[in-house]
Ligand binder design. Structure first.
Ligand code: F6P
Length: 562
């Protein structure tokens, strides 16, 4: 395929289109009865087990998807990413989040320079700083230990660290190391978020980490100024140096803000915001909370998947298989959404990190929600999925009804073999974790097999309820089983999702690493902000907005007058 041609023009794409009718004729009940097929759709790597036999796909589908991957030059694109080529062409940047977790001593080049030593220099600095804070060698302005950390950041500078923190909180090893400490996240510019964060916090014992790649994001900078004021008001302006540090690629602006550059932790333009959790963005706050050793394990887990993704043939490559299946479900079977369903409360922030419905930043939706190819050509096919999710079994009691009898939504079921917090109540049939996992095993079969009217008749279901109680089945899902949920496995999971998104984008021929779609809203907000200021302070008339926005603004300004 020529580099500027669209993937939908290839024979492989057309072949897959033609193949859809065959697949639609075959129910998953039938596909699941072929044990050989099922066995070929289970793969293991480094303690993980992926079962994708409940996808509406045959071995032939995978052969065709492999052809598509070839036509899309998937292998070459993966190599270009690992080789530090500027594959984020609209921003002229490399995409090297894999370098953030590369083992010390390895070589990953960007513009002919090995970036791994720079990565480790920052990691060493984080290790040293976090140990000093944790041990009480670094104290606040009044000599008290800093036991609370507020990480201020939004989008990629918030969601990844929040996901990992939430997942580690109940891991026994991590929890013990975090004893006596608290990590808070301040993201929303809504003053309610500030108020909630500050409730019960004492500035004397609080360390603030301002996390912003650009150090210009309006929400983060306003929150940072608000918290700086909170510290200054309580402890005097000189206390800021002891109580505020920063993570950014823009060290000039960090200094201008008043944070000592020695207390700034750098990262680089080749780290995309939503791929930055393995940089100081996540590593600093998490090391302050759990200690560097735990975070290093997390990086090792992610690195294990990086190496797998880079080197293992596609038919055994977890992120590649997942990415190709997503393309199949979205572009060929026409299923635009995907549910992420971890059967682990500790993974409650996985879906928000991957999806983030209420913000504009997410690993999947910001990356692959694009309307043009990487060469700027409008796409005649849809890209990206609508990701959402909730831990099981909670989700079962809210939106699963739609998944079972309403729309077809491919599901990712994620289960964990050993619970972080096992409980076995006397007299119960199974342990609490077994109870949870019974649902993890049951749901995929319920979706795949469904329930027929014949079965219901045999169960003497009244005839007026037969249609209501019928489940069509044939609803695809995949199951990923993790051995446990510690820092290492959390790193693996993160990297699997990150690379899956890249695979989808590479095949669709889009740029998964820019995010121009978030700019328009930001610039319109700037216009509104100026108007609000001018109207409130100088009584200026509302101008330059359409009828609707002008009316809403007028109502807002009038109704909020004292
Ligand atoms: O929402 C757009 C975005 O630029 C994200 O890509 C990024 O993670 C987020 O805003 C925050 O940006 P920054 O880290 O520069 O404050």
């Amino acid at each position: 395929m020529a580099s500027s041609a669209l993937i939908c023009e290839t024979d492989a794409w057309k072949d897959l289109r033609a193949h859809v009718d065959d697949i639609k004729k075959t129910h998953l009940r039938e596909l699941m009865s072929d044990a050989k097929r099922c066995q070929s759709m289970m793969i293991e790597f480094d303690g993980l087990l992926l079962d994708y036999s409940r996808q509406c796909a045959t071995v032939d589908t995978f052969n065709k998807l492999n052809k598509l991957a070839e036509e899309a030059h998937l292998k070459e694109k993966i190599n270009l990413m690992f080789n530090g080529e500027r594959i984020n062409s609209t921003e002229n940047r490399s995409v090297l989040h894999v370098a953030l977790r590369a083992p010390r001593g390895s070589v990953i080049n960007s513009d002919g320079k090995n970036v791994v030593p720079d990565v480790w220099q920052v990691l060493d600095k984080i290790k040293e700083f976090s140990e000093r804070v944790r041990s009480g060698a670094w104290v606040g302005a009044t000599g008290k230990a800093l036991t609370n950390v507020i990480a201020i950041g939004i989008g990629g500078s918030f969601l990844g660290p929040l996901f990992v923190h939430t997942a580690l909180q109940t891991d026994p090893e991590a929890a013990q190391l975090a004893s006596g400490r608290k990590l808070h996240f301040l993201a929303n510019v809504d003053p309610i978020d500030v108020a909630r964060n500050l409730t019960g916090l004492n500035p004397e014992t609080t360390l603030v980490v301002v996390v912003s790649k650009t150090f210009t994001t309006a929400e983060t900078m306003l929150n940072a100024r608000t918290i700086r004021e909170w510290i200054s008001a309580a402890l005097g302006p000189q206390a800021v140096a002891k109580h505020m540090v920063a993570v950014s690629t823009n060290l000039t602006l960090v200094e201008k803000f008043g944070i000592d550059p020695n207390n700034a932790f750098a990262f680089w333009d080749w780290v995309g915001g939503r791929y930055s959790v393995c940089s100081a963005v996540g590593v600093l706050p998490l090391s302050l909370q759990y200690g560097f050793a735990v975070v290093e394990k997390f990086l090792k887990g992610a690195s294990s998947i990086d190496q797998h993704f880079h080197s293992v043939p596609f038919e055994k490559n977890l992120p590649v298989l997942l990415g190709l299946l997503s393309v199949w479900n979205v572009s060929f079977l026409g299923y635009p959404a995907r549910a992420i369903l971890p059967y682990s409360q500790a993974l409650e922030k996985l879906a928000p990190h991957i999806q983030q419905a209420c913000s504009d930043d997410s690993v999947s939706m910001e990356s692959n929600g694009k309307g043009v190819s990487i060469d700027g050509v409008p796409l005649p096919y849809e890209t990206g999925e609508i990701d959402f999710g909730e831990p099981g079994t909670n989700g079962q009691h809210s939106f699963y009804q739609l998944i079972h009898q309403g729309r077809v939504i491919p599901c990712d079921f994620i289960g964990v073999v050993r619970s972080q917090q096992p409980v076995y109540l006397k007299g119960e049939l199974v342990s609490n974790h077994d109870e949870l996992m019974s649902n993890f095993f049951a749901q995929p079969d319920a979706l795949a097999y469904g329930k027929t009217p014949e079965q219901l008749l045999k169960e003497n279901v009244p005839s007026n309820l037969i249609t209501h109680k019928t489940f069509s089945g044939n609803r695809p899902s995949l199951s990923l089983l993790l051995p446990s949920l510690n820092a290492y496995n959390i790193g693996q999971l993160l990297a699997i999702y990150e690379h899956r998104v890249a695979v989808e984008g590479f095949v669709w021929g889009i740029n998964s690493f820019d995010q121009w779609g978030v700019e328009l809203g930001k610039s319109l907000a700037t216009q509104v902000r100026k108007q609000l200021h001018a109207s409130r302070k100088k009584g200026e008339r509302i101008e330059g907005f359409n009828f609707s926005t002008a009316a809403l603004l007028t109502r807002y300004l009038e109704a909020s007058k004292d």
